[in-house]
Design a binder for this molecule. Structure first.
Ligand code: MLT
Length: 243
């Protein structure tokens, strides 16, 4: 399995022209989009439609009138939407469909919809994702770090490093990491014991904490607490329970 990484929003834009047909893409927006999606799917959401922008979210709502509208702009709930982008808002969504649009996370997900397989990655389900990947053994694994605004985000790199670490501990896998993937493994090994503090001190994490959202950052910092993996099927992420 070749392991490669995209670390910045600028690189993510270039993926539109890439041939990803044999690639499984795992998108990390640890603070908070893909963690919130994982939380929602763990709590029984039936589907999550990642929308590029607010207009597309409203168009999807026309097609799926019972779906909840969720997401953020500048970190706060969008006017007229049902839910924001806090993982703590998504524990009562059993059976619901959700349309989500966020600044970076849903853009990154939409940038790789032409990949062979797309997974919404988070720290919350590292072990479940690694088990799923070990069982399916894609030829190419691409970790997509969604970033904050136009910049690299350390929490996304840490999530990708955590997944790499779990995969490398599985002796049955033959892994070929890129240099960037090796760097993320080093990052994880350096910070694996202080994950909550790395998240709280990241650019987005410190902004969230300043706004009284520390509990959300702490929630997203939990490691391997869920067995649910969100996998794109058609235009929606759907839950897969990994035994
Ligand atoms: C994003 O998609 O940019 C983020 O999830 C921002 C956030 O709500 O923290």
């Amino acid at each position: 399995m070749s392991l490669s990484v995209v670390l910045t929003p600028a690189e993510i834009l270039s993926l539109a022209a890439a041939n990803l047909s044999e690639t499984t893409a795992v998108v990390f927006d640890v603070l908070r989009a893909t963690s919130t999606m994982t939380m929602a799917l763990h709590h029984g959401a039936a589907a999550i439609y990642p929308a590029k922008d607010i207009a597309e979210a409203h168009a999807l709502k026309e097609k799926h009138p019972d779906a909840l509208l969720g997401g953020e702009r500048h970190g706060e709930i969008i006017s007229g939407f049902d839910l924001g982008n806090s993982p703590l808002e998504y524990n009562n969504v059993t059976g619901r469909e959700i349309i989500s649009t966020t600044t970076n996370g849903t853009i990154a997900l939409r940038a790789v919809t032409h990949a062979g397989m797309v997974i919404a990655g988070s720290l919350l389900n590292i072990s479940a994702m690694a088990s799923w990947l070990a069982a399916h053994q894609p030829a190419k694994l691409l970790m997509v770090c969604a970033g904050t605004g136009n910049d690299f985000a350390i929490e996304d790199a840490l999530g990708a490093g955590a997944l790499l670490h779990d995969l490398t501990s599985r002796n049955e896998l033959k892994l070929q990491p890129s240099d960037a993937a090796k760097m993320l493994l080093t990052l994880w090994n350096t910070h694996r014991n202080d994950v909550p503090s790395v998240l709280a001190n990241s650019r987005n994490g410190s902004r969230l904490c300043e706004r009284g959202r520390t509990a959300e950052v702490e929630c997203c910092a939990q490691l391997s607490v869920f067995q649910t993996v969100g996998i794109l099927s058609g235009d929606a992420l759907r839950p897969h329970l990994v035994p």
